[in-house]
Ligand binder design. Sequence first.
Ligand code: C2E
Ligand code: CA
Ligand code: CA
Length: 555
Amino acid sequence: MRPPSIFEHASEGIFQTSLDGRYLAANPALARIYGYASPEELIADLSDIEHQLYVKPGRREEFRRAMEAHGEVVNFESEVYRRDGSKIWISENAHIVRGANGEFICYEGTVQDITERRRYQEQLERQANYDLLTGLPNRNLLADRLDQAILRAERLGYFLAVVFIDLDGFKFINDTLGHDAGDELLIEIANRLRACLRGSDTVARQGGDEFVLVLNDHYRTNSIISLLERVLMEVGRPVWLAGREFQVGASLGVAVFPQDGSDAATLMKNADIAMYAAKNRGRNNFQFFTRDLNRMAEERLNLETAMRAGIEQNEFLAYFQPKVDHRRRVVGVEALARWQSPAYGMVSPDRFIPIAEETGLILPLTEAILRQAFAAAARWPALHGQVPHLAVNLSPKLFLDEGLVNRCATLLREAGLPPERVELEITESVFLGDGERAVRLLHEFKELGVALAMDDFGTGYSSLSYLRRFPLDIIKIDRSLVTGIEHEEEVAMIARAVISLGQSLRKTVVAEGVENAAQFDFLRYQGCHEFQGWLFSRPLPEQEFRALLERGGQC
Ligand code: C2E
Ligand code: CA
Ligand code: CA
């Protein structure tokens, strides 16, 4: 019996080939790897290694050159065609066989099928470079692409834009609808962004709800602008989540090479700053980076730091703006936050509330305001047998916290203020997202005994259905409907409709922002119940409001 030869029984493919790319010998393993029935068939069919075997053109030439230089190749990895046209990856180890006089006889070597290993490697690479959820390039790959894009823009003298995208309201949907819905939303947005771009552009997921675009080869800022407009439109289209329709927006910040930065880090930082500016400007818009923005971003950061200190130092004060009845007698009052900052002077809530909401400072800030307002209200004297009721504002962000009602109840108890004297002003956005949690909390508040007011009414979208479904006692007509009521017929019409709606639903109707007698008369004639605005009084420090009450509360 012949001993089994290594050649016949090896699991590796073994070959001998000629200089011009034909097989001189092949073993059964090689035939199997390449998909042939036998070595004979392989040798007969595969007569042009250069064109028939290697997928990448010129690969055989590389093999030959490596051989010439070193007399061998080690772990030479290539993609090759099998007989049926499918592709696999192989690794070759080979050397030159020479005759006694050093003349070339053949190449001889082994072949291993490494397809599995390559696939695994590719998968690892994907995981290192791509975001698993959306399939978009991740931060790693983005950094690579951006470096390349900068080199290219430098060489060709093109514009290059880096765009930071942050979804508006994502956190809210994620927190209220759950992470599955949040994931679904991210995937949908990723697909829409991809669809907006050209092949040469990159969209990457930076993490969370942040995406980054790298826009190459733009000749004019105009073409960047029209692309950004398309992005805003696409992102703003309604999305179906958990069986309901939602709308999200996006804030976009743009930094352009070379004027806004010549390296990746600077461009990213400045795009981020511009994105924050877009958010502050009211969301769903884009903003180009400017030197001024840089200054503003620093200011914002300083403001946040100062706010943290200011809360500790009790720099936040509750001011009080009276609400009057149709005879201008004080019947209630709204507590409004003021920040008396040693560094910035008197800062308006429109500036610090949004920052507080983003940073989580809204919680300690609200506590500070409620504590002061409740304590003050507990000491007010009665007017005509009735103590004015106190209204406080609750940010929608607070409704993410299950402990909200308890916290308020504790503050009321500590101040010794009966809940029946308190109104909570909320805005429609409290129902954004699921709304179920908000509704539950509102019912808990009702059980506690406080009244609920819908603030800024008439500016939102589905106001009517909220009014019917939620336990609201009061609606406050937004200032924008009051302003111009006396000379814009359309505004007057809406205001009239809102008032009669409130009346038919048996809600107390309050008008805010009443600045002149004509507005007051119109609203009074339409049957509004309470009025608030500069015509009667500006927001006052506690002392002054108290003095007003002691004088009899007539504005
Ligand atoms: P808001 O709740 O709609 O408050 C009414 C705003 O209108 C107040 O501005 C008030 O000073 C102003 N105002 C009152 N009468 C008139 C008027 O006749 N004409 C005009 N042009 N304005 C008038 P303020 O105090 O600057 O507050 C702005 C917003 O900041 C508030 O709007 C509210 O959304 C928020 N805010 C204020 N204090 C707090 C607070 O303690 N907590 C929360 N979450 N938000 C607050
Ligand atoms: Ca309010
Ligand atoms: Ca309001």
